[in-house]
Design a protein around this ligand. Structure first.
Ligand SMILES: Cc1cc2nc3c(=O)[nH]c(=O)nc-3n(C[C@H](O)[C@H](O)[C@H](O)COP(=O)(O)O)c2cc1C
Length: 405
């Protein structure tokens, strides 16, 4: 699926001779599917593990391997200068050493010296090699020079040993790439707090009152904010969505926990987006033991009100004269426009995303959404039916626009 951050971005992917080379074929494929133009450089050792044809087939582009076998153009300079990002993945101990010392003996190392873009390296090596002082010193030297180093993962390696040296999986690699590509975006330096997903209010230790929220839209908003360079804190109820790489994730269960988690970090934020579906009520006295049908009959559950988080934040904002941009969500099944407008004014929001959750293609659990953004001075923007990722981008663009004018 195309993604606007990766779309038409020129990514040079340098692959060196590690057993983890095969993972880079998947990475090249996924980046290409997301719209990136991926130019692959293979070292000689990498070609013992994978062939240029593999990468040519998944990227649809020429693969570079031999520094000398070119047609007169200075290809490495052209590639290095035109790239938006140079990623070396996997980066062997050998290639890391060469990059640290400025060696220029193959297509990859020469291109790295010519590169004017951010450089990211993803070391992968077996048998405790990563912990060796020589490797660690090379990594530290590269870091000090501004190279982004993706730490290898702990786990089982090809030799059967368990340790730190595994190349992260593709989804995480793409998360790192997005964070680096977005870091000078329009929200760079801004702190964004997003709540997402359902709350669960315990009835007893095994039952709870909840709602159908999947957290998909809030998670997509967090990714869109990261893509625009923001520092993102994402507070979620229990959801099954993967958390975007690079966000600070806080897990909660109940509305009271969500309230406390929001208030604990609110003073650091520039933008608050409340996309969580917060329960309005909770059982007043949850049972400490499971309610048994044989013994307890049909229980009556007395409810009490949950704290209104928007009201609490608004009060905090007034007392502290804080400049916090507040975005709310209104999940409606009827009279959505009137209800949205009334919530915008009542809660003192800067923007409200009104969501018709009654349809099959919008709202809870669906992959797509359609939203109407309402703001002060009769601002009304329709975001038509599209993926929740695209809706999230449109919302974040509008927030950034309102914040920077
Ligand atoms: C089967 C096999 C697996 C290897 N895996 C790794 C590895 O994961 N990481 C690493 O740093 N070196 C690994 N090596 C050693 C490198 O291939 C070797 O150091 C080579 O010179 C690297 O060259 P390059 O960095 O130019 O690609 C492996 C070697 C073999 C034979």
């Amino acid at each position: 699926m195309s993604n606007s951050l990766l779309d038409s971005k020129r990514i040079v992917l340098g692959v060196s001779g590690s057993i983890a080379c095969y993972k880079s074929a998947d990475l090249a494929s996924k980046l290409t599917q997301a719209g990136a133009l991926v130019d692959v450089i293979l070292t000689e050792a990498a070609q013992q593990f994978v062939t240029p044809l593999t990468f040519q087939a998944v990227t649809g582009r020429t693969v570079y391997s031999d520094l000398w076998n070119r047609d007169g153009h200075v290809q490495h300079v052209k590639l290095g200068e035109s790239a938006d990002l140079l990623l070396v993945s996997p980066a062997t101990a050998h290639t890391l050493a060469k990059l640290a010392q400025g060696f220029a003996d193959n297509f990859l190392t020469v291109t790295a010296l010519a590169a004017r873009c951010p450089v990211v390296v993803a070391p992968a090596m077996d048998g405790g090699m990563f912990a060796h002082p020589a490797v660690q010193e090379n990594v530290a030297l590269l870091r000090a020079r501004g190279v982004v180093v993706i730490e290898p993962k702990e786990g089982r390696m090809a030799s059967g040993l368990v340790g730190k040296g595994r190349l992260p999986e593709t989804a995480e690699m793409i998360g790192h790439i997005r964070r680096v590509l977005g870091r000078n975006g329009v929200l760079a330096g801004k702190h964004v707090l997003i709540s997402a997903g359902p709350t669960q209010e315990p009835i007893d230790p095994v039952r709870f009152i909840s709602n159908h929220s999947s957290g998909k839209q809030g998670v997509a908003l967090a990714q869109a904010a990261v893509d625009m360079g923001a520092e993102v804190t994402l507070i979620t109820g229990r959801i099954h969505e993967p958390i975007p790489f690079g966000v600070n994730h806080v897990q909660i269960q109940t509305a009271v926990e969500l309230h406390d988690a929001v208030m604990a970090v609110i003073q650091e934020q520039d933008i608050l987006i409340m996309a969580a579906a917060v329960g309005d009520f909770r059982p007043k006295n949850p049972a400490t033991q499971k309610i048994k049908k044989e013994m307890d009959g049909v229980p009556t559950i007395e409810l009490t009100r949950n704290p209104d988080i928007t009201v609490a934040v608004r009060a905090w904002k007034a007392v502290n004269h804080a400049e916090l941009f507040m975005v709310g969500f209104a999940a409606e099944t009827q009279n959505w426009l009137e209800n949205g407008q009334s919530k915008l004014a009542r809660k003192g929001l800067d923007l409200i995303a009104v969501n018709d959750v009654g349809g099959t293609q919008t709202g809870f659990r669906s992959a797509t959404n359609a939203i109407t953004l309402l703001g002060k001075d009769d601002l009304m923007i329709e975001i038509p039916l599209q993926s929740k990722e695209a809706v999230a981008e449109a919302i974040m663009k509008q927030v950034a626009k309102m914040l920077t004018v």
